[in-house]
Ligand binder design. Structure first.
Ligand code: ADP
Ligand code: ZN
Ligand code: ZN
Length: 709
């Protein structure tokens, strides 16, 4: 590397570093003259891969913030944040849209003299001196200039790399928007009239998306960019089409279906301000944007915004931070806002805008409980439930049956001796599937054949207890032989395009019965739906997780929201053995927000999040003792470091202590404030780094965990 090259290096530039035989990509973070790192821990960079920094400073700042907050290395964050091509050494000159311009030395009249007899370099310099401003590298190459000449001029300090201004070919076109109703106008005004975060709490069908579209419109009219995050499962063609219908084909979409090349292309276009609107799932929160004006998180309560392994970040929480760093407004939208966000409205950090009416002429559904006690059920269906489906079908409408369990039955039992089919690797039962017949553990993916006789007493009296989507589908098909029943769960939608095909069939409007899991609760519009039947609401009422009631309420309200999208009022029926349960009553009679307030005061009294900052260390190993011992050991260390402000709890067994052959337990850490917890975690993580358990012990830190598993 020449001294000139080193002098030109700036943070965000990629370099190649040899690790063993393989060169790997490193990102230059900072330049120092001296370091405390021992010499044998330092590796030389073999090559510089980019002529200009690839990762902009604002992005690096944001990534550092995330690394600090979640106590992960910056390397982990970059691994999640950068498109895979940027992490490959052989991808050079990825920056197809960068350009070259003269330095002040290059602009002087005697610059030519510095080049002696190098005719190719002279020609290039001449060419650039004849142009106004910067030229794309592509164009230089098209005009027969050579990369070697470009490099030579750069080394002589005559030209420098630069980014090119906005590519006008991708400017959005804005088609006419809808006339907002009063609530929508007020919501838009709240978003636009303050710098910060707005919680847009609007019931399903209230026109949140229209508010997003008009907020985006203002931002792009000002020459800024908008980033829209959507839950994994919600990123359907339906969603993107609505954005495209308004803004034209300029919309960039980032999801798991994108090729690596697409991803990089979008990443660069966003970074350089050429992509006006980017829509993506969780990891799109890391995409750099030069002129970010607005971030929208749709369905902000959705669990898919939280990464649940490795670098466990929350894209929603990071969005709020990113908005502050880049002075962009943030909108969190949901019909069922997370309790965290509602608490942030209460404490004044966010503003709230509410949409309580359905847009257009649509009317919200009525929710009612069906008392299952003392009823004889037909394969899990109450008479009232069956009658309601019948009624909806005879009016030419569709019916939706929701059951949050896939497979045929959750329990296989021997009638003679009481034997249960358990998974050998988990503290869990195997679920029976019939299409095709097998047993499947939904926690570790183990599969077994279906035993015809009891493995314990050889009786042939095997019984199936409980029901999942497959069994409900079978029962519905028997009850309504003339009507098509469509099952929607992970098993029927795993094939590529399967979901799209199913949605298309639903949307042709023929009377049909849909039966499925929470996949149905998200994002889809079913205009012909007359009734929603929730087969079993009781699981959520008695959950071990303190977030159980919150999750139950969100799921019920989201599923209910599928009903009655058009003028017809929809019915939502909830089957339960506990119709008088106070939580269920509160939700059905007072609605989600009253329910949330009651739950929030409970959380406050019990000193639970969002009123306490929480983090968790999860550990697992091949033996119960090793996991316990490790957690005991680090607990002692933690207690030494923790002042009175930190509360350490553990080791606590996981709700499922054995999973996929691993024994799991956890340590919970709490403090009154996030800052206090963060400071503690920083020293704690350092202190336990040297503690190595035995028997392949793994541990991970989860800051702001959203479930206890
Ligand atoms: P949400 O995102 O809150 O579920 P949508 O934005 O999908 O609601 O709106 C529901 C329906 O109402 C859509 O068909 C949309 O086109 C329509 N809509 C939204 N706002 C208006 C409005 N101001 N006037 C008329 N129709 C509207
Ligand atoms: Zn038996
Ligand atoms: Zn298992």
């Amino acid at each position: 590397m020449t001294a000139g090259e080193v002098a030109q290096l700036r943070p965000g530039t990629r370099v190649a570093v040899s690790f063993g035989p393989r060169p790997m990509v490193g990102i230059l973070i900072t330049l120092v003259e001296q370091t405390d790192v021992p010499a044998d821990k330092i590796k030389p960079a073999n090559a510089i891969l980019d002529s200009a920094p690839v990762v902009p400073d604002t992005a690096l700042n944001f990534y550092s913030w995330a690394a600090d907050y979640y106590h992960h290395s910056l390397g982990d964050v970059l691994q999640n944040a950068l498109p895979s091509w940027l992490r490959q050494v052989d991808r050079r000159d990825i920056d197809s849209c960068h350009g070259w311009q003269l330095t002040s030395l290059g602009q002087t009249s005697h610059a030519q003299e510095l080049l002696g007899r190098a005719s190719k370099q002279k020609a290039l310099l001449h060419y650039l001196q004849d142009q106004l401003g910067a030229i794309s590298e592509q164009k230089l190459l098209q005009h027969q200039h050579k990369r070697t000449a470009i490099k030579a001029l750069q080394e002589k300090g005559l030209i420098e790399a630069c980014r090119l201004p906005l590519d006008s070919g991708q400017l959005p076109t804005i088609t006419e928007s809808l006339l907002l109703n009063n609530e929508q106008k007020e919501a838009l005004n709240t978003i636009q009239s303050h710098n910060g975060c707005t919680l847009l709490a609007g019931i399903t069908g209230s026109g949140k998306t229209e508010v997003y579209l008009q907020a985006i419109e203002e931002v792009i009219r000002n020459g800024q960019q908008a980033l829209v995050l959507i839950p994994e499962i919600g990123l359907t063609p339906q969603t993107t089409q609505r954005f495209e219908a308004r803004f034209g084909p300029c919309i960039r979409v980032l999801n798991s279906a994108c090729s690596d090349g697409d991803r990089l292309d979008t990443w660069l276009a966003a970074r350089d301000g050429r992509a006006a609107i980017v829509i993506g799932t969780r990891s799109a929160i890391f995409i750099p944007m030069a002129n970010l004006g607005l971030i929208i998180i749709d369905e902000e309560h959705d669990a898919s915004f939280k990464q649940q392994d490795g670098f466990r970040y929350s894209a929603r929480d990071l969005a709020v931070v990113r908005g502050q760093i880049q002075q962009a407004n943030v909108v969190l939208g949901s019909a069922t806002p997370s309790f965290e966000s509602l608490a942030n409205v209460d404490n004044g950090r966010y503003k709230m805008a509410k949409l309580t009416q359905r847009a257009g002429n649509a009317v919200p559904p009525i929710l009612q409980a069906i008392d299952l006690r003392h009823q004889s059920l037909n394969n899990g269906f109450s008479n009232e439930g069956i009658a309601a489906i019948q009624d909806s079908l005879s009016r030419g409408q569709q019916a939706l049956v929701f059951i949050n369990r896939r497979g045929y039955a959750p329990v296989l039992m021997c009638h003679d001796c009481g034997w249960h089919a358990h998974c050998h690797h988990c503290d869990a039962r195997m679920t029976v599937h019939m299409q095709p017949p097998h047993m499947h553990c939904h926690h570790c993916d183990a599969r077994n054949g279906l035993p015809k006789r009891c493995p314990s007493c050889h009786s042939g009296q095997m019984v199936l207890i409980g029901q999942g989507t497959e069994r409900s589908e079978e029962a519905l098909q028997q009850l309504f032989p003339a009507t098509e029943v469509l099952r929607i769960d992970r098993d029927t939608t795993s094939r590529k395009d399967a979901m799209r095909d199913i949605i298309e069939r639903i949307n042709d409007g023929q009377p049909r019965i849909l039966v499925g899991t929470q996949m149905l609760a998200k994002g889809h519009h079913f205009p012909k739906l007359g009734v929603v039947l929730i087969l079993d609401a009781d699981g959520g009422l008695f959950s071990a997780d303190f977030r159980g009631p919150e999750k139950m309420a969100q799921l019920l309200i989201q599923v209910a929201g599928r009903a009655g999208r058009e003028e017809q009022r929809g019915n939502v029926l909830i089957q339960t053995h506990h119709p008088d349960h106070p939580q269920l009553q509160l939700l059905l009679q007072q609605g989600y927000f009253q329910f949330a307030q009651a739950q929030l005061s409970l959380r406050q009294n019990m000193e639970l999040p969002p009123y306490r900052a929480m983090a968790m260390i999860r550990a697992d190993s091949n033996s119960f003792e090793a996991t316990e011992q490790f957690l005991q050991e680090i607990l002692v260390i933690g207690e030494k470091i923790a002042g009175g402000e930190i509360q350490l709890l553990g080791p606590l067994p996981s709700p499922m202590p054995k999973r996929a052959g691993k024994y799991r337990a956890q340590l919970v850490m709490q403090a009154a404030h996030k800052g206090v917890l963060k400071a503690f975690l920083a020293s704690f993580i350092k202190a336990i780094e040297p503690v190595r358990g035995t028997a392949q012990l793994h541990w991970s830190l989860d800051v702001d965990p959203i479930d206890m598993f």
